[in-house]
Design a protein around this ligand. Structure first.
Ligand code: UDP
Ligand code: MG
Length: 315
């Protein structure tokens, strides 16, 4: 399996600030790997411009003109990280034996890539990049990310702890992934389902080299909801559990009322009635919204809209 063609897929959304550094480092790394005959001469970096509004695409154009090892894929609009990544992988699988996906901001250590390729040469189809420590992330990012992994596993979603979308996939693994046609993409939950031989490499998470995070809290939250609803129906079962708990509480209240009546006190309490009405009402709305989250996804999945449209492919 020596000398396979490697494609490094990099989704970019408004990344003009960080791209010069990223490109310099990735090109240097790829050149190194080619001289060491770790990967074939046809290997390339594929930047996917996810509908950026800044100079990202012009920059990708320049790099692609300057090197045969740089390609650019321009999507017709912003479709989000996961879809942009999928666009890159689906395009790369046409001529690459193996792909590595990595964020544009160099937070993931690119020097883990040769190690990944070695594991691929040893027969692995999927190699996860796993963060050893995340001391460089802000406290907020770290705790929310940690909560995210805990929550996901609590909801029964299999995903690799501290692994994001920095991973190597063989061509056949990407082919298998492309058969999963869901619109609510959550790649790090899907990839473990493929079942191919898997391994991990460990690296230290670095700081974003330039520019700002494109994942504000709101996007992270909807990403988490996507993750759970695409892989687990546990929240729906929890509604049932909640219903049982409420029934038990109401029985307890019934007994209390009967006992009070027998003692001749009568049942009293405006406050407790108001409290329980609002409490139960709130719980019901939450339960409805959980069901709605699933229905909403059935709705988007049912339409089978394309995940992305390609505007241009620079080879
Ligand atoms: N990204 C994208 N489309 C989007 C948002 C982000 O392609 O709509 C890319 C972004 O350019 C970067 C990667 O996804 O390469 C991860 O984004 P970011 O680094 O901002 O996320 P964080 O590391 O803060 O979670
Ligand atoms: Mg980042």
């Amino acid at each position: 399996m020596e000398n396979s063609t490697l494609a490094i897929v990099v989704p970019c959304f408004n990344e003009e600030e960080v791209l010069p550094q990223t490109n310099r480092q990735l090109v240097a790394l790829l050149t190194d790997m080619m001289t060491q005959h770790l990967v074939g001469e046809g290997s390339y970096i594929l930047y996917v411009d996810d509908g950026s509004r800044d100079r990202t695409w012009q920059i990708i154009n320049e790099y692609s003109d300057a090197s045969v090892h740089v390609r650019g894929l321009k999507l017709a609009g912003n479709v989000g990280h996961q879809n942009a990544l999928m666009a890159g992988l689906e395009t790369a699988r046409e001529d690459a034996d193996v792909t590595v996906s990595i964020d544009a901001d160099l937070q993931d250590d690119i020097h883990a890539i040769p190690e990944m390729v070695k594991k691929y040469n040893d027969g692995c189809d999927i190699v996860y990049g796993v963060r050893r420590k995340r001391t460089t992330d802000t406290f907020f990012k770290r705790t929310t990310a940690q909560m995210f992994y805990k929550f996901m596993s609590g909801m029964g979603v299999k995903s690799v702890y501290n692994h994001a979308d920095f991973r190597l996939m063989s061509q056949r693994a990407v082919n298998a992934l492309c058969q999963y046609e869901e619109r609510n993409l959550f790649l790090r939950g899907l990839v473990p389902l493929l079942g191919y031989k898997t391994d991990s490499v460990y690296y230290d998470r670095l700081e974003r080299q330039a520019g700002e995070s494109k994942y504000p809290l709101s996007k992270m939250l909807s990403f988490a909801i996507d993750g759970v609803t695409s892989f687990s129906v546990k929240p729906l079962r929890l509604i049932f559990d909640l219903g049982i708990i409420f029934l038990l509480i109401s029985f307890a209240i019934l007994i209390y009322v009967i006992v009070s009546l027998c003692k001749g006190n009568g049942a009293q309490g405006w406050a407790s009635i108001m409290l329980s009405i609002w409490f139960v009402g709130g719980c019901l709305l939450i339960c409805l919204s959980i069901i709605a989250a699933y229905i909403g996804r059935i709705y988007t999945e049912g339409k089978h809209r394309p995940r992305y449209n390609i505007e241009k492919y620079l080879k």
